[in-house]
Design a protein around this ligand. Structure first.
Ligand SMILES: [Zn+2]
Length: 87
């Protein structure tokens, strides 16, 4: 992936697992994603986040990073945008 920004966060305290399934279901991995609503056509777009880990210091803390692209294009109308994080 070229031209990426990096979002750093102390991941462990921020991950929230939603409700537990009531029946035994097949498991599937879910992935971090970025999304935006296109200003032209109004449709939702999702971009898979690229996760990276780094081990920090002697305390064993692991920082996780989720990369997001500098530019995106709507997959429906192909309008291109420069990205910024929502507040
Ligand atoms: Zn669009």
């Amino acid at each position: 992936m070229t031209g990426c920004f990096i979002l750093s966060m102390e991941w462990e305290n921020r991950v929230v697992k939603m409700d537990k399934p009531e029946e035994d279901l097949e498991r599937i991995e879910v992935h971090s994603a970025w999304m935006f609503d296109c200003n032209i056509c109004g449709r939702e777009n999702f971009i898979r986040g690229v996760r990276r880990e780094s081990m920090e210091g002697d305390d064993g803390r692991v920082d996780l990073y989720v990369l997001y692209p500098r530019e995106v294009a709507c997959k429906f109308c192909e309008k291109k945008y420069e990205t910024e994080l929502s507040g």
